[in-house]
Ligand binder design. Structure first.
Ligand code: C2G
Length: 132
């Protein structure tokens, strides 16, 4: 049976760290499903709107070769439902979330991948805004 991998993220100001985690997630199975966080969720949890809107972020992630399906992640609390709905065998997250999703080990394998060093959306935004 095909092994389905699921991962989640905002993927705002898409960069190579995002690409690498998606590629490594896809390599762990046959089919990759990506939950892209809703604008509303970002506003609620991080107190700011992403630079790119949810439909733009969704379109970018959906166009990537390793990605088979995308959906909008409306709430962080719905992870269990999303894993079940999409029939995921593996949940992949970057290791900034290490240990945070171990509770789902009863329904799937949970894998934390090391983040790509020295790149982040926040650092990019700072770099671009301070450029003269
Ligand atoms: N990432 C990475 N290396 C970086 C930056 C990000 O591997 N240098 C990974 C993160 O660990 C994450 C994914 O890229 O797995 C997406 O990162 P974010 O867009 O920052 O997503 P986040 O806001 O952490 O996700 O349910 C989770 C939510 O959707 C929020």
């Amino acid at each position: 049976m095909a092994r389905t991998v699921i991962t989640f993220g905002t993927f705002d100001v898409f960069h190579v760290g995002h690409l690498r985690v998606i590629e490594r997630a896809a390599a762990l199975g046959d089919r990759l499903v990506v939950g892209v966080s809703a604008d509303e969720l970002n506003l609620r949890k991080k107190g700011r709107e992403p630079v790119f809107s949810q439909s733009e972020r969704l379109a970018i992630v959906a166009a990537l070769k390793p990605v088979d399906e995308v959906f909008v992640e409306e709430s962080l609390e719905l992870k269990r439902d999303y894993i079940l709905q999409h029939g995921a065998d593996v949940l992949v997250m970057g290791d900034d979330w290490s240990g945070r999703f171990d509770e789902f080990e009863d329904i799937c394998e949970v894998v934390y991948l090391p983040r790509t060093p020295a790149i982040s959306t926040t650092a990019l935004i700072e770099k671009i805004s301070s450029a003269t």
